[in-house]
Design a binder for this molecule. Structure first.
Ligand code: HEC
Ligand code: HEC
Length: 457
């Protein structure tokens, strides 16, 4: 699973920020609106592909999908492509543009932060919700194939993805390695330097929801980096963006920070059994709140890091980021926002930070690697599925999370990569669904009550 770093750099072009203001997602804050515009309208990476390429990508799809697309209208084909790759339109905007890409007047598409951080909550497009349907690997492979056919130039992502895995299961990506790869070509002041030879441990992660950003003093699952607007800029470290690029964009990223800070979790809209939820609150407060905090009027968030040996979830993410890498980050421009005093950087964290559970019903799958499909399965460690596939975009209201089917193993004969990558196999590297056995302290009826309570957060 080790790969050479300079190639990783090519990929990072992905993570650029882009585009426009949605309505009603973040209240009255005008700098937050500007942050949304920055993300959706301002490309900060080199572009990935053109509208012409996207419109023709169906020609490389496997049958019977290709024939279906051929017979469809242009509009239906576009919908099919959005569906296949986990793209959505923008809330409150009838331009038809994707939330996840900046599309400029020349029809050039450039990935933005919302490709991973803007998804749909059981079919409802939501800025800041993890894009749990994003098919980055499949989309990149098929875009590359149609470019070959059309004789269009390849982008850095097209090239990089030949050697770097972008994500092995839809909805999760190798994003952390993208960031590490980019930084290995820079000194602390972000000058481009000859790459430092380094190997990276590729592993997929589920993006966290942005609506908890306002509660967290530090970010990432191990909480290693203090939050700040510069910390949000790492993904733009492609070689084309020199040190001045970052200084010039600081104001844009203050606005992006304001956007993240303004977001709040969506409210559960279906039925809640109030009495069960109230009993569940008591059980939660005795068994879970010490790590996940209290909710309601007197909300608290303890920001507690739990040693790996105790939490027992997949260890790969923790060990993939090296102490030296975190130290370098701590000395870098990113960790010195608005002050000469460095931000706090935890260079050798021993485990994962318990996240706030606001809107937890809306951000499946669960744990940092997205290995557990529902809250019921979080609460029943023994019954978690080894291999599972999401079957429908709507919510499983009983188990609260994805509707899934369980399998013994991924069907090897499946030829469509988009279907192959819709299976989550927890036996693969970095994908374990083990650990977090704290719910074992609850009786079965307490678990049902806690499940009901979790819907209210
Ligand atoms: C390719 C997918 C991808 C893209 C693109 C991406 N992110 Fe992320 N982001 C992730 C993943 C995965 C994590 C979890 C990393 C971890 O915890 O180690 C993350 C974590 C974060 C966090 C920490 C959240 C928390 O609660 O700890 C913030 C903030 C964030 N990203 C902002 C951004 C911004 C701003 C951009 C655009 C400049 C961006 N991301 C682009 C995948 C992505
Ligand atoms: C000792 C601390 C601790 C206790 C007690 C604890 N948790 Fe957690 N919990 C964590 C940590 C740490 C994680 C992150 C694990 C990971 O992603 O690898 C987590 C993750 C979760 C998640 C998934 C969050 C997400 O965004 O994917 C849920 C849901 C959850 N816990 C619910 C509970 C419930 C319900 C209880 C009580 C029965 C509980 N936890 C008790 C530490 C704790």
């Amino acid at each position: 699973m080790l790969f050479e770093s300079n190639r990783v750099v090519l990929l990072l072009a992905l993570c650029l920020p882009a585009v426009p203001p949605s309505t009603a997602v973040h209240g009255e804050d005008s700098s937050a609106d500007r942050g949304y515009s920055v993300l959706t309208e301002k490309a900060t990476l080199t572009s990935d592909f053109t509208q012409r390429v996207f419109d023709q990508v169906w020609q490389v799809w496997p049958e019977p999908l290709r024939t279906k697309a051929e017979r469809a209208t242009k509009e239906q084909r576009r919908e099919m492509a959005f569906d296949r790759y986990g793209l959505t339109t923008r809330p409150g905007d009838d331009s038809g543009k994707p939330l996840q890409y900046v599309v400029d007047d020349d029809g050039k598409w450039t990935m933005n932060c919302l490709s991973c951080h803007g998804g749909s909550v059981y079919g409802k497009v939501t800025v800041g919700a993890p894009n749990n349907r994003f098919a980055l690997q499949t989309m990149t492979e098929e875009i590359r194939a149609i470019k070959f056919r059309l004789g269009e130039p390849l982008s850095r992502l097209d090239l990089g993805s030949v050697v770097i895995p972008l994500g092995t299961t839809h909805g999760t990506t190798n994003a952390v390695v993208f960031g590490m790869g980019l930084m290995s070509h820079r000194d602390e002041q972000l000058n481009v330097i000859p790459k430092i030879p380094e190997t990276f441990v590729h592993h997929d992660m589920d993006a966290p929801p942005w609506w908890n950003f306002h509660k967290k003093p530090s970010i990432y699952i191990d909480g290693f980096a203090q939050k700040g607007h510069r910390a949000l800029m790492q993904f733009m470290l492609i070689p084309e963006n020199g040190p001045d690029f970052f200084r010039d964009r600081e104001d844009d990223f203050r606005a992006v920070y304001a956007l993240l800070d303004s977001l709040r979790a969506p409210k559960y809209e279906s039925v809640i059994d109030k009495e069960a939820a109230e009993r569940g609150r008591a059980a939660f407060e005795s068994n879970c709140a010490e790590c996940h905090g209290y909710y309601g009027k007197e909300a608290t968030y303890p920001n507690r890091r739990i040693p790996l040996a105790d939490i027992g979830t997949d260890p790969v993410r923790l060990t993939a980021l090296t102490v030296a890498g975190r130290e370098k980050y701590g000395r870098s421009w990113f960790a010195h926002a608005d002050t000469d005093t460095p931000h706090k950087t935890e260079t050798d964290p021993d485990g994962y930070v318990a996240p706030p559970l606001d809107g937890i019903w809306a951000s499946p799958p669960y744990f940092h690697n997205g290995s557990v499909p529902t809250l019921w399965h979080v609460l029943h460690p023994e019954d978690r599925p080894t291999v599972w596939q999401r079957t429908d975009q709507s919510m499983d209201e009983e188990k609260v999370g994805f509707k899934i089917r369980e399998l013994d193993r991924v069907p090897l004969a499946e030829k469509d990569p988009a279907i192959r990558r819709s299976y989550f196999d927890t036996r693969r590297f970095g994908k374990s669904n083990s650990g977090h056995n704290y719910p074992d302290q609850l009786t079965e009826s307490e678990k049902q009550d806690v499940l009901e309570y979790l819907k209210t957060l």
